[in-house]
Design a protein around this ligand. Structure first.
Ligand code: MIG
Length: 799
């Protein structure tokens, strides 16, 4: 037994003074007299990367988080030094590197204010048990600083005063403040003095973040292994910080439009007759629905890639019949492969040596639903390739349209830590390591392999994947949900915060189990949750079978009608949601915006949790309490139309909003142009013969967008899309809409139906592309009109 010898110094170690500096294009190398190295990379004018080594050399640079297409390049880079420090100046920021101790300060290049400053800065502790260092960073918390982000934490939106851990954990029936849960997304934003920056600590070991909890004026983060390796993003707008982080870690391709429809799930719908009853009921009751899920009971003894002969004797026929009725079938696939020599997936995995092993060679054996299992090492490229190939039959032959990856934290039953032990070995794409390093990215690599399988066998249609566990960057491959929540009012509030937080953390395509997974909601809670859920990018009801039925009709007729009404609103808003998804996909813009992200200058927004913006122009605030006739909420600055009454509210204040059970607080930004479809029972049910544009008049200007394409397939990547920018301008006797179009997609419809709300004058004349038109020719009535979709300039005047 080794006691405390010189092998391990107990306590924090610090860099000493810089003795060497070298510049290599955009990478600056600093070395201290005690052999600490800092590698500072200038990725963009507002993005810096800091990498530290304590042993004088770096391991191979490898990360699963970073998107290979991330932008790089700056407008300006200048390096100088004085007696105390090196000074790196870009177009956006100034970075000081102190010669005496390697500490860092980052300032705004324009006004020289301090944005982010090391307190102790980089330091470390040697860990004999872990092997390597516990790498640490501490920063000064600025006056009035607030913190946001970190993925799925079920915590107050503002993280200040709290400490968190990132270690993907199966968390059945977690509660408010449970930490950690399923995901590890080590990215946060800070906000002080009206300016925002972000930090992404790209380290897949167990990481920790402390936001002024341990010490009031200090924020710190550290990891149980690996490198101190973090990216710094400067705004000063928080939205730009999030956009930069999302650019670095990537966004998904566009999903098939049906994936933005409503999904129905349960653990489990079986046998086939039950599935059919459920889908038929949706059509009979005229409640739109696009996807039906099969949970673990569809398999033969929980063996992945098999079907229960008893419950689903002819899956291909069933999936086809469901598809004929507009339902896409999504099936669950877990990582655990049952130990069973009669089972071909197991045999093949064993023969090819694809399963994870313990340090000394035995397979990693763990109990999950199928009983004892081995687990593929998804961190090996050839294993991911094999896994992708396993989807051939499910997707290409049977016609399944989506796959749901669960239990991929990875979760293991009846063992301490509910996961793999730390000694399990992983390839980590050619950087062999233990589970301590691979744990947080295991689920991500599984979802990645699943995505590639679906993409291959569903081509030329788009894949749909949903995962429970995730690390930064997972959003490139899959959507996600928040795991096993509970049917309580508090959980409705948590779901709202988690969706906002995930969007702010680069992962927009997310939603909660509507109604709650564990326990059973009453009709009122379910209705209120649907109201929130239809404004989340991913919209699915899911529940555990032990707690009764949770379909839209499981309560009473009043509830069914309310649920239908809100799902219909979602289907009407599909072009708006799809455009919002496009903006996420192409411009890295989060699909949901917490009020602080929407208007950080208004300090009233810094602690608001319930209100959020869906897309850019719809303000949503769910009702979080039973027996409500409405609620108080904060309306952000600007002018907003009440969605129901069309009354205009001037924001910048808290106000009471009426919302009986069949309503909810919903507002549209003045000047917005909101595109709408007719209600369909599923995407593609109807040919869209006319697109509705709801115009919310404003005395002033506002821009809106409309993105359209074939709603599936990859033609959009070859220019066959249509992106319209609408510029709205209004004053008291005139209103103009201009359209700029990009892309070569031609929509099936020819006309827009334009409904103008809040127009303050009586229309006397209308010009389309500078020519007067007869009011009758555009069917002008009650401030509605029909015009060709090809117009570029529409003008309505009072004289
Ligand atoms: O141990 O597949 O979070 O959505 O229904 C439970 C059964 C395993 C957990 C998932 C849940 C799913 C359930 N799964």
């Amino acid at each position: 037994m080794i006691l405390n010898t010189e092998l391990e110094y107990k306590g924090d170690l610090f860099p000493s003074s810089i003795i060497n500096y070298k510049k290599d294009v955009d990478v600056l190398h600093f070395t201290t007299s005690n052999n600490v190295k800092l590698q500072l990379t200038v990725l963009r004018d507002s993005v810096l990367r800091f990498r530290y080594s304590t042993v004088g050399k770096f391991n191979k640079d490898f990360s699963y988080a970073i998107d290979q297409n991330a932008s790089r390049g700056y407008n300006h880079l200048e390096i100088s030094d004085d007696a105390e420090k090196y000074i790196v100046t870009t177009a956006k920021l100034i970075c000081h590197i102190y010669k005496v101790d390697l500490r860092i300060s980052i300032l705004d290049a324009k006004d020289q204010t301090v944005i982010c400053q090391d307190e102790l800065g980089f330091h470390w502790e040697e860990s004999y048990e872990l092997g390597g260092d516990i790498v640490k960073m501490s920063k000064v918390a600025q006056n009035g600083e607030s913190y946001y982000g970190l993925g799925d934490k079920p915590e107050h939106i503002n993280l200040k005063g709290r400490r968190f851990e990132n270690w993907a954990t199966d968390s059945y029936a977690y509660g408010k403040n449970t930490d950690p849960i399923y995901k590890a997304i080590p990215f946060y934003t800070g906000l002080h003095n009206g300016k925002s920056y972000g930090i992404f600590f790209d380290n897949s070991f167990r990481t920790y973040f402390d936001f002024c909890q341990e010490r009031r004026n200090v924020t710190s983060f550290w990891a149980a292994g690996g490198e101190m390796n973090y990216y710094f993003f400067y705004g000063p707008k928080m939205e730009d910080v999030v956009v930069s982080y999302t650019d670095l870690t990537g966004t998904p391709e566009l999903p098939p439009l049906w994936a933005l429809g409503y999904h129905q799930c349960k653990w489990s719908y079986y046998p086939e007759s039950t599935v059919k009853e459920i889908t038929k009921k949706f059509r009979d009751l005229k409640i739109p629905c696009d996807a039906i899920y099969l949970d673990i009971d569809y398999m033969e003894g929980f063996r992945c890639f098999t079907w229960s002969k008893e419950y689903f004797p002819e899956p291909k026929r069933m999936v086809k019949e469901l598809a004929d009725d507009g339902f896409k079938t999504v099936v669950i696939i877990d990582p655990g492969i049952k130990i069973d020599m009669e089972y071909d997936v197991f045999r093949e995995g064993l023969e090819k040596d694809y399963f994870c092993k313990r340090a000394d060679g035995p397979y990693m054996k763990g109990k999950v639903w199928p009983g004892e299992c081995y687990f593929p090492d998804f961190t090996r490229p050839e294993v991911r390739e094999w896994w992708a190939g396993l989807f051939k039959e499910l997707i290409e032959d049977i016609g399944v349209k989506g796959v749901w990856n669960d239990m991929n934290e990875p979760a293991v039953m009846d063992v301490p830590g509910k996961s793999f032990p730390p000694d399990v070995r992983h390839d980590y794409d050619g950087n062999p390591c233990s589970h301590q390093k691979a744990h947080n990215i295991y689920g991500m690599q599984m979802a990645r392999a699943t995505y590639h399988g679906l993409k291959r066998f569903n081509y030329p249609k788009r894949p749909f994947v949903i995962t429970r566990s995730a690390y930064s960057g997972t959003q490139r491959y899959t959507s996600t949900w928040m795991g096993d929540n509970v049917a309580t009012w508090e959980h409705l509030q948590i779901a709202n915060i988690q969706a906002q937080r995930l969007a702010l953390s680069g992962f927009s395509f997310a939603g909660s189990d509507i109604g709650g997974f564990a326990e059973q909601p009453n009709g009122e809670l379910y209705a209120r949750w649907i109201q929130l859920g239809v404004f989340h990018p991913f919209c699915r009801t899911h529940s555990s079978g032990d707690h009764g039925d949770q379909e839209p009709w499981a309560f009473d007729d009043e509830i069914t009608d309310i649920v239908r009404k809100f799902i219909e609103i979602r289907y009407e808003l599909l072009p708006y949601l799809y455009t919002t998804f496009y903006q996420y996909h192409s411009d890295n813009v989060p699909m949901l915006k917490s009020l602080v992200l929407f208007d950080q200058e208004d300090t009233q927004t810094h602690y608001r949790t319930d209100e959020f913006i869906c897309g850019n122009q719809i303000l949503v605030c769910p009702i979080n309490e039973p027996n409500s006739k409405g609620r108080r909420m904060y309306i952000p600055k600007g002018e907003w139309y009440n969605y129901w009454t069309k009354e205009v509210v001037i924001g910048g204040k808290e106000t009471w909003v009426d919302a009986d059970l069949d309503s909810m607080p919903l507002f549209v930004k003045a000047g917005a142009i909101i595109p709408k479809f007719p209600v369909q029972q599923y995407v593609g049910e109807k040919e869209i013969t006319q697109l509705t544009l709801d115009v919310y008049y404003k005395d002033g200007k506002e821009d809106s967008e409309l993105y359209e394409d074939a709603n599936d397939g990859y033609d959009y990547t070859k220019g066959r899309y249509s992106l319209k920018k609408f510029n709205f301008a209004g004053n008291d006797d005139k209103m103009i809409i201009r359209i700029h179009k990009r892309g070569q997609f031609n929509t099936a419809y020819d006309t827009f139906k334009i409904n103008i709300h809040g127009l303050p004058f009586k229309v006397k004349s209308i010009k389309v592309d500078n020519e007067y038109v007869d009011l009758k020719d555009v069917k002008f009535k009650n401030n509605s009109l029909v015009v060709t979709k090809l117009f570029t300039n529409l003008q309505l005047k009072a004289d």
